[in-house]
Design a protein around this ligand. Structure first.
Ligand code: UDP
Length: 253
C-alpha cells in the first residue's frame, strides 16, 4: 500500500525494470491520469526515474522501498526505454520530469490547480518561478522555497501545508527529494508530489537542456556531461545499468 497516495496504478500498465514498475503510457495518457487523480483529490507520489536512480535504489534498500511506495514511476531517461526493450518488455515512451512539469503548468492554468516549487538555490528558484509565471498566463503558483534547508526544520513543511498546493514539485536531487516526499508527503491532505531533479535549474536558464536533435540521437547524457563535467562519476551508472540488464537478459536465455 502506498503511504503517500491513495491508490496504486494498475500493474498491467507497468513494465518492470530491475524491480521498479515503470508506467507504460504516453505523455497525454499520463497527464490525463494525473488530472483524474487531481480532480478526485487523490494523493499521488510520482517518481521520474532514470538509470542513475534505479542503480542507486539497488544499493540503498531504504531508497528502494521509497520508490516502491510511489504511485507512479515514469521512465525519465532513454536508458530506461532501452533497458526495457532489451528485457523484451518495451516501454511506449520516455516521460521526462521536465516535459511533465510544463504540461502540469498548463493544467494549473486551465483548471486552477495550485502549484508550489521546492528546491534549487535561492536565486535559481526565484528565477524559475518568475519565468514559469511569465511563460504560462494563469499559472497558479502559490509559493516557492529554495532547497538548501535543514530537513528537520519544520518551517518548510508547515509553509507548504498552509498553502495547500495541488501540485508540489520537489527538486532536491535524488535520493533526497524522494526521501523528503516519503517522509513529509503523508502530512499533506492532498496533492500530486513529484521529484523533479534539476528541472528548476533548466527552467531558470542556469542549465541548458539538450537540443532536440541530441535527445533524438539518444545523446542527452553526453550533452549533460559536456555542460557539467563534474557529473562524470555519477554518469557511470548508465553503463552499469546496461551491464546489469544484459546480465539478466543473458541469464534468462
Ligand atoms: N538541490 C537542493 N538541495 C540540496 C541538494 C540539491 O535543492 O540539498 C538541488 C540543486 O540545486 C539542483 C537539484 O537539486 O537544482 C539537483 O539537480 P541534479 O541535476 O543533480 O538532479 P538530478 O536530476 O540528477 O537528480
Amino acid at each position: 500500500m502506498s503511504t503517500c497516495g491513495k491508490g496504486k496504478i494498475d500493474v498491467t500498465k507497468t513494465v518492470d525494470v530491475l524491480g521498479i514498475p515503470f508506467i507504460n503510457t504516453d505523455m497525454d495518457g499520463l497527464v490525463q491520469m494525473l488530472d483524474g487523480r487531481l480532480s478526485r483529490g487523490e494523493k499521488t507520489f510520482v517518481v521520474t526515474a532514470n538509470p542513475e536512480i534505479v542503480m542507486h535504489a539497488l544499493k540503498d534498500p531504504d531508497y528502494f522501498s521509497v520508490l516502491k511506495r510511489a504511485d507512479v514511476v515514469t521512465p525519465d531517461g532513454i536508458g530506461i526505454v532501452i533497458g526495457a526493450k532489451l528485457l523484451g518488455t518495451p516501454i511506449k515512451e520516455r516521460l521526462t520530469g521536465y516535459d511533465l512539469i510544463w504540461r502540469l503548468f498548463q493544467l494549473s492554468a486551465e483548471k486552477g490547480y495550485k502549484v508550489y516549487f521546492l528546491g534549487a538555490a535561492p536565486d535559481v528558484i526565484e528565477e524559475a518561478a518568475r519565468r514559469a509565471v511569465e511563460a504560462v498566463p494563469g499559472l497558479r503558483l502559490v509559493g516557492y522555497h529554495h532547497g538548501y534547508f535543514d530537513v528537520d526544520d519544520r518551517r518548510v513543511i508547515e509553509e507548504i501545508k498552509e498553502r495547500e498546493p495541488d501540485i508540489l514539485l520537489v527538486g532536491l536531487g535524488f535520493p533526497k527529494q524522494e526521501k523528503w516526499i516519503a517522509r513529509f508527503g503523508p502530512e499533506l491532505k492532498k496533492g500530486l508530489m513529484i521529484g523533479v531533479g534539476g528541472s528548476f535549474d533548466v527552467l531558470a536558464g542556469k542549465v541548458k537542456r539538450a537540443p532536440l536533435i541530441w535527445r533524438k540521437l539518444y545523446l542527452e547524457w553526453l550533452y549533460r556531461l559536456i555542460q557539467q563535467p563534474s557529473r562524470w562519476r555519477r554518469m557511470l551508472a548508465l553503463p552499469r545499468f546496461l551491464v546489469t540488464i544484459f546480465k539478466i537478459r543473458f541469464r534468462a536465455k
